[in-house]
Write a protein that binds this ligand. Structure first.
Ligand code: ADP
Ligand code: MG
Length: 812
């Protein structure tokens, strides 16, 4: 817990030689040389940065070093003894959290303040009912929403420019006096326009409005002094320079413009609202309520993380003083920003950690390590598990053996071999006399799992049933009965297995294969089934930062190693004009007895046009470049069983080429398919493309992927796609994708269940995220259920922040 780095460094340099000398009672003085100049430097640095508690000791040390450097040999021993005696004080100062005076923690109960902050926006002075409705549509509903609606940029209005010195193309702030107000019409269509001439001692500029003419005409009388800010544009036909829709501040006759706020925040706002209006609303909220926002971090954490309290931080970001660091503000890196971000992430991580630990203490079944079925499975496998698989199997076995429910995520690229890991887990549970269910997102994927699992499980005398919507009649009744009376230990099916009314006699483990979907909701549904162990599998490698929040309530096992002997897929990026060449290569693959996919992106506007295009496409391909090949089509408007029918036929090699308008099932496994063409690759995310190309190269023959892009595809999009031609590492690709597109797009939709961040940004704030997690975990280690008095405020804020999100309410 080192508070002052320079002080710590000084101690590292100073303490060893002094202690060495002291151990020999300073007898080896002649043979020991201290690096005096370097030490003197460090003392100076420590004094500059130093905690106040060290000041006196450092000052004395400075005198001692100065005396030593003057070479007073006879005093040397006495000086060094004094220096040695200072060490304890320096150490204490270096390790004790010094009083951090910038964090004023709240005193007393916080509930009234939280209730006040939750009031609707119209309690704010500047907000009437109409405004309130506009803001609500903009997702600003409460006073607190306004307080945490941070500026997305800042304008520097500290320098006032003479009007004659305005430069076209630059943003500038200037002061002047209204010399003329003219309402006229402009252009051929006679668009109404308000032009206001602003003058100062030796220059002029024309302010232009196209909207709200009446309002501005009323406010801007001749003689009115103004501060204006905006982008300077060239005049029309060589006329005076103009600023269109400038930001305005009216000055009273005797008001000094230099005394106006110099750094002006700019807010995102509902479209119709004027920037100044939005600013006034937020500032009114800050004035009235910022001081009520309770700062509840434990003082030691606030001191260690060097954060300031929330009222101070909010005031700083909304109304920065003129001397503030504009650069840091703009980059969200000011102390105030850091403080708000840390606070947000701390409560996020606290909630996640709390949920992990609550589950970790919840009673569950302990399944001892398998001695029979898993060894038998190993003996039957045609391969040796990879190191990564072994690690995951071990981690899962440890979770299963614990008397608490497992909540683990197994992530690994397509083909990394998750199924065997899941099966080992299932067999462990079965051996202990319980049942296991393995679930996939679609019927076809469930069937596929079933085909993999049954041949491995049944020779071990573990009866396995498939239970999907397609299983009907007697087979269904038998399966349901067997699961209900416990005679069937292993079920494979869709997620409906667990969501609906299937009865299990002794369900011990649920394996949920989410593929590319992030089913936080599904996990919530699962948890309501009581405390079965849960293993979630995901084929989308998730960058660590994201996994930490998205799956923060799960512990993660990662398969970061592919089974040996895979030929990596080769990926080519082609412009459309070279399409013929791609078709030629497809024909070659088919001629060699293989199969291929052609994928079109889903065009969102109209599924009908989409379908027409695809049907036409198949016809054209059949008549032209792919004549003679057996083509099949799947599209989004087909019923699930129709789709499954086509895919099944493809799997049975009844078709050569599968044309698909929707994204083909990520998990579909047709080892004989060796080529995939992805049309309009520029419309997909990198992670998604990586998933798609994972459809090929699943058998012994090498896989090939062709990414087709329009000829006019820009350089940026082209470079982005190059990542795929250069790497087959899903984690790397996911990271590039995340960095390029941000978490929202990376995950596709809001259904990702990622909490909305008000101030934090997962890409930018990685370091704070880690710090917040470590502090949250450490705090819970001291006070596991937040029951101590010093956690009371934290608990209230936690409940307020999470408000039932991700089912945390249960905990609060
Ligand atoms: P995932 O579900 O992770 O995409 P699978 O479990 O479907 O991957 O495995 C992909 C293929 O690799 C399967 O055919 C499987 O039998 C095979 N496989 C799994 N583990 C290994 C291994 N250690 N060595 C060789 N082949 C393996
Ligand atoms: Mg799989």
């Amino acid at each position: 817990m080192t508070e002052s780095l320079p002080l710590a460094e000084l101690l590292r340099a100073l303490a060893p030689p002094l202690e060495y000398l002291a151990a020999e009672d300073f007898r080896r003085l002649e043979r020991t040389r201290l690096p005096l100049p370097a030490l003197a430097d460090r003392v100076a640095q420590a004094r500059a940065a130093g905690p106040p508690a060290a000041a006196a000791a450092l000052e004395e040390l400075e005198h001692i070093l100065a005396a030593l450097r003057r070479g007073a040999t006879d005093e040397q021993e006495a000086l060094l003894r004094r220096a040695h005696a200072l060490l304890p004080a320096l150490r204490a100062a270096a390790t004790a959290p010094s009083a951090w005076t910038e964090y004023r923690a709240v005193g007393g109960p916080v509930e009234p303040a939280l209730a006040a902050l939750a009031q609707p926006v119209d309690v704010v002075r500047a907000v009437g009912p109409k405004r309130a409705a506009d803001l609500a549509r903009f997702r600003l509903r409460t006073v607190e929403d306004l307080l945490y609606h941070l500026p997305f940029r800042y304008e520097d209005r500290r320098a006032l420019r003479p009007l004659a010195a305005l430069v076209v193309g630059e943003e500038a702030t200037a002061v002047g006096e209204v010399a003329r107000v003219h309402e006229g019409r402009m252009g051929r269509r006679g668009r109404p326009v308000l032009e206001v001439v602003l003058r100062d001692a030796d220059g002029m500029v024309v302010l232009v409005w196209f909207h709200q003419l009446t309002y501005f005409k009323r406010r801007l009388q001749v003689g009115q002094r103004l501060v204006v800010h905006g982008r300077v544009e060239a005049g029309l036909g060589g006329g005076a320079r103009r600023i269109i829709h400038p930001d305005l501040e009216l000055l009273a006759a005797d008001e000094d413009p230099a005394a106006r706020p110099g750094i002006v925040p700019v807010y995102e706002k509902p479209t119709e609202m004027h920037p100044g209006a939005m600013r006034r609303i937020v500032h009114a909220a800050v004035e009235a309520s910022a001081d009520r926002v309770p700062s509840t971090l434990p003082p030691a954490i606030a001191a260690r993380q060097r954060v300031v309290d929330l009222p101070r931080a909010l005031r700083h970001v909304h109304t920065p003083p003129a001397e503030a660091d504009l650069q840091a503000l703009g980059a969200s890196q000011s102390l105030a920003h850091r403080s708000l971000i840390f606070d947000e992430l701390f409560f996020l991580q606290l909630g996640l950690a709390l949920r992990r630990s609550v589950i970790g203490r919840e009673p569950g079944t302990a399944f001892p390590a398998s001695t029979r079925l898993v060894p038998a499975l190993r003996a039957r496998l045609p391969f040796r598990p990879t190191g990564a698989q072994e690690r995951a199997i071990g981690e899962i076995a440890a979770d299963l053996a614990a008397p608490h429910p497992m909540r683990r995520l197994l992530q690994g690229d397509v083909g990394s071999g998750k199924t065997v890991v899941a099966l080992a887990a299932a067999l462990t549970v079965v051996e202990a006399g319980h049942q296991a269910a393995i679930m996939a997102p679609t019927e076809l994927l469930a069937e596929q799992h079933f085909e993999t699992v049954r041949p491995l499980a049944e020779p071990l005398a573990v009866e396995t049933v498939l239970l999907t919507g397609a299983v009907k009649g007697r087979a269904r009744r038998a399966a349901l009965a067997g699961l209900a009376d416990g005679s069937i230990p292993l079920a494979v099916g869709t997620h409906a297995l667990i969501q609906e009314t299937v009865q299990f006699a002794r369900l011990g483990l649920a394996v949920v294969d989410e593929q590319h979907r992030f089913g936080v909701l599904q996990r919530a549904a699962l948890q309501q089934r009581g405390m079965v162990d849960v293993l979630v599998m995901s084929a989308t490698p998730i960058p660590r930062t994201l996994a930490m929040t998205l799956y923060g309530d799960l512990v993660v096992s990662t398969l970061d190693e592919l089974p040996p002997g895979r030929t990596p897929i080769t990926t080519e990026l082609c412009r459309e004009s070279r399409r013929e060449r791609v078709y030629a290569q497809l024909r070659e693959e088919v001629a060699a007895g293989h199969q291929a996919y052609i994928v079109y992106p889903l065009v969102e506007e109209s599924e009908k046009t989409d379908l027409r295009a695809a049907t036409t496409m198949v016809r054209e391909l059949a008549a032209g470049p792919l004549a003679g090949l057996r083509l099949a089509l799947v599209h989004g408007r087909m019923k699930a069983d129709e789709k499954d029918g086509v895919m099944r036929a493809f799997k049975a090699a009844e078709h050569d080429v599968l044309v698909s308008t929707t994204v083909i099932e990520v998990g579909i496994d047709v080892p004989n398919a060796t080529a995939i063409v992805i049309e309009h690759a520029e419309r997909f995310g990198l992670a998604q493309l990586h998933q798609l190309r994972g459809r090929v190269g699943r058998g012994r023959a090498p896989g090939r992927c062709f990414l087709l892009v329009p000829d006019w595809t820009g350089d940026e999009a082209y470079q982005r796609l190059r990542t795929l031609t250069e790497s087959t590492d899903g984690f790397r690709i996911a990271e590039v994708d995340l960095a390029l597109r941000g978490p929202g797009d990376f995950l596709g939709t809001r259904q990702a269940g990622l909490p909305d961040f008000r101030v934090a940004n997962l890409l930018r704030d990685t370091a704070l995220l880690r710090a917040a997690r470590d502090e949250a975990v450490a705090w819970l280690a001291e006070d596991p259920d937040l029951s101590r008095p010093e956690s009371a405020a934290i608990r209230a804020v936690l409940a307020h922040r999470w408000q039932g999100r991700l089912g945390l309410a249960k905990v609060g």
